[in-house]
Design a protein around this ligand. Structure first.
Ligand SMILES: C[C@H](O)[C@H](O)[C@H]1CNC2=NC(N)=NC(=O)C2=N1
Length: 95
């Protein structure tokens, strides 16, 4: 599905609204690291993100080590950041 990449100013807006996220991969993705009390908390969070992601048909690239979850958002169909990443960051931040 074709989806437009964010312009430079839309990218800046995304970072302004979601200051916990940083640009990675030459500005083609955003990344945030979450830390929890233990694995149980981390995996519970991942379960909630997974449900959101499947509903939105927009899936994170992520990894988990014990209580740490690292999430990278990018839009494969756009070859970079799109509004779908901004929407997913917003939904994840609201959890
Ligand atoms: C066919 C399906 O809608 C697409 O492959 C979706 C699935 N999930 C996706 N997730 C992400 N992160 N980027 C995409 O471009 C994407 N595309």
């Amino acid at each position: 599905m074709a989806v437009a990449r964010l312009t430079d100013s839309e990218r800046e807006e995304l970072l302004r609204r979601h200051p916990e996220w940083s640009l990675v991969r030459d500005g083609d993705a955003i990344q945030r690291t979450f830390r929890f009390a233990d694995f149980n908390e981390a995996f519970g969070f991942m379960t909630r993100v997974a449900l959101l992601a499947d509903k939105a048909d927009h899936h994170p690239e992520w990894s988990n080590v014990y209580n740490r979850v690292e999430i990278v958002l990018t839009t494969h169909d756009a070859g970079g950041l799109s509004r779908r990443d901004a929407e997913m960051a917003k939904a994840i931040d609201a959890l």
